[in-house]
Design a protein around this ligand. Structure first.
Ligand code: FES
Length: 100
């Protein structure tokens, strides 16, 4: 089911916006018109990562410094793991995320 989340311009360019969808904390990232969405949970101990620093399209978990590419969700420290991603679609200036 697609859920309307927010307007495109509410997501800071190259930054993240934390949102709640059906009780789940998610982060949105925008790089131009490319928007990605992940569960707000580090793959290490599942702690939230939204307080982490974002730089050059990479977010660093504030707890033990795992780093993730925000365009793919891939973890740079443990290449086999990645943030749990959610499909995103953009209609006009609105962002939708598909939740289960
Ligand atoms: S919980 Fe994120 S690196 Fe440990």
């Amino acid at each position: 089911m697609w859920v309307e989340i927010t307007a495109l311009n509410r997501v800071p360019e190259w930054g993240i916006l934390t949102v709640q969808v059906e009780g789940i904390s998610l982060i949105l990232n925008r790089q131009g018109m490319n928007v990605t969405c992940y569960r707000n949970a580090c793959t290490h101990l599942e702690y939230p990562i939204d307080m982490g620093k974002v730089r050059n399209g990479i977010i660093t978990c504030p707890f033990h410094k795992f780093q993730y590419k925000l365009d793919t969700g891939k973890c740079l420290n443990a290449p086999a793991s990645a943030l749990q991603s959610y499909p995103v679609k953009i209609e006009g200036d609105r962002i939708f995320v598909e939740s289960n």
